[in-house]
Write a protein that binds this ligand. Structure first.
Ligand code: FE2
Length: 400
């Protein structure tokens, strides 16, 4: 294992963070030397969800931008549904293809970010002979065109999508999940404004925090891990463990919300470099079949996977102490203690009840176990895993 011997890290996203920072959007886009030249008229796209339009945030953003530049035109898509479907994304692209868009703003959770990223690429390509569906079916390569510039403004604290170069897109009719990934699909800037996450429901607060844990841990038991990602992962895990229970008791606490958004950002930074691994691979058939929230579908396997991966790693004589590093950063003396702390957190924040609510159990999902192994993700797992071992991990996780 070459954690310290050979590694690289790259992430180009400019980030600004703080309560109320959304007000900084016009200057990020329009200030001298910023992305857009104030002297020319521009058209941009805001991708968001209905709830933000209903709360007046869409209008607020438009006003902020037009105060800076009167001529700026903003097209709006605000009906993004959870787990964005390929048909919906292609419809949006067809609707907007004549608008000559120069930039995209994504304001929302993971589904909004995925949609905004996919549109930033499709609207740049703008070729009637190209379709994402044909690409995902293996019939067309991705045209070599850089996506439109995108600013990501997350309103949930989980996906870390604001700093990753990939978007998850679903074909729900076929129950298939695809990933649009390009080295240039990173947003050019991200705004982390904890105030925007105050409106999350308790369930979304929990399931998105579970996604943070999933990203952090998946980047640790990952063949692409580096000293940079392991240390960011340790901090993200510590943030969730120490903050989530307090946040649930005090959901309007802006310091806790800001901290969770930082944890989400750190988890995103990790997977932007390592990609995800086995927990994510196992989650996608569960989300497709049961509609279970992504973070929940990823996270219920984490304690079992931590045990599995750390156990296999004890045999390593390379001096790579990544599991000890993350345990220590979380205030634990051993990986076993960290596994217990994770399980304790899950009990405290109601993961078992959520699993029950969405029907995550061995009986419901037995037929899907073989589909849970996708080489693209499971191949990143630190310890290679056989189908039978994965089944054992899954069954153990269901008994959480
Ligand atoms: Fe995730």
């Amino acid at each position: 294992m070459q954690l310290y011997r050979k590694w690289s890290f790259y992430n180009p996203v400019m980030v600004t963070s703080g309560p109320g920072e959304i007000s900084d959007l016009p200057s990020l886009l329009l200030k001298d030397g910023g992305y857009l030249d104030k002297s020319s008229s521009k058209t941009g796209l805001l991708v968001t969800s209905k709830s933000f339009t209903e709360r007046g945030l869409t209008a607020k953003l438009q006003k902020l931008l037009n105060e800076q530049q009167k001529e700026l035109q903003i097209e709006i898509i605000d009906d993004v549904k959870p787990n964005p479907d390929i048909s919906a994304i292609e419809e949006y692209a067809a609707r907007l293809q004549d608008k000559d868009l120069q930039f995209v703003i994504g304001l929302g959770g993971g589904s909004v970010m995925d949609t905004a990223k996919a549109l930033s690429y499709l609207l740049s390509v703008n070729d009637p002979n190209f379709s994402l569906r044909a690409h995902f079916n293996g019939k067309l390569p991705l045209p070599e065109k850089p996506p439109l510039k995108m600013i990501a403004i997350p309103t949930t604290a989980g996906t870390g999508s604001e700093v990753t170069p990939f978007a998850t897109i679903w074909d729900m009719a076929e129950r298939k999940k695809y990933s649009l990934a390009r080295p240039d699909l990173f947003p050019f800037a991200a705004i982390l404004d904890g105030e925007l996450t105050l409106t999350m429901s308790e369930e979304t607060t929990v399931t998105t925090a579970l996604d943070v844990l999933s990203h952090a841990l998946e980047s640790v038991w990952n063949i692409n891990a580096s000293p940079v990602t392991v240390n960011m992962a340790g901090r993200a895990i510590e943030i969730v463990l120490s903050t989530l229970p307090a946040l649930l008791n005090d959901p309007n606490n802006i310091d806790y919300r800001s901290k969770m958004l930082t944890g989400s950002y750190l988890g995103g930074m990790c997977i932007s470099s390592t990609r995800t691994a086995l927990a994510h691979s196992m989650s996608y058939p569960i989300t497709a079949a049961l509609g279970a929230p992504h973070g929940l579908a990823c996270a219920f396997t984490l304690p079992a996977l931590l045990e599995f991966n750390a156990k296999g790693f004890e045999k390593s004589s390379s001096g790579d102490n990544r599991f000890e590093i993350i345990a220590g950063m979380s205030g634990c003396r051993s990986v076993k203690e960290l596994t217990g702390k994770l399980t304790g957190l899950f009990a405290e924040v109601g993961v078992k009840d959520l699993m029950k609510k969405y029907g995550i159990n061995a009986k419901n999902l037995q037929s899907l176990v073989s589909a849970m192994y996708t080489p693209e993700r499971a191949g990143n797992n630190l310890r290679s895993v056989e189908q039978k071992e994965m089944e054992e991990i899954f069954c153990k996780a269901c008994k959480l």
